[in-house]
Design a protein around this ligand. Structure first.
Ligand SMILES: [Fe+2]
Length: 136
């Protein structure tokens, strides 16, 4: 859930920057899907869903690196926005790798997985303030 909120905030940051540059953000679902660098792949298990998410996150990281490289010093404000999003995407990828390790440790048990994911030992410091309400 925290990742989803982060992704929405990234979209808001980018849309805000597009507006600042006198552009008009295109939120059309078809347009978003067509312009996406990653494709949507539905996993058939929790582990495969997380793995697909990790693949998409790494594609996004590569895309942000390319965009930052292409911008160079031409637009420092946009560059800072992209660097901020890139840093969060890298954190997301690290979190997903941790989740995959936790799943392997828990051998697929959802209740063990929830307990382990909600354990501070398995969460990066930045996310340890997130509530795990509802976890068994
Ligand atoms: Fe992300």
């Amino acid at each position: 859930m925290a990742h989803a909120l982060d992704e929405m905030s990234h979209a808001d940051l980018l849309a805000g920057r597009i507006v600042e540059l006198d552009g008009e953000p295109n939120f059309s679902p078809d347009g978003l899907a067509a312009r996406s660098h990653a494709e949507y792949v539905e996993g058939d298990s929790l582990a495969s869903m997380i793995m697909e998410n990790l693949i998409a996150e790494r594609i996004a990281i590569e895309s942000y690196h390319e965009a930052i490289f292409c911008l160079g010093d031409q637009d420092p404000t946009t560059r800072r926005v992209l660097e901020e999003i890139l840093a969060r995407a890298a954190q997301h990828a690290e979190n997903l790798v941790t989740l995959i390790k936790v799943i392997k440790d828990c051998r697929g048990s959802i209740s063990q997985l929830r307990a382990a994911v909600c354990s501070p030992a398995h969460r990066p410091a930045a996310e340890q303030s997130i509530s795990c309400a509802g976890a068994p």
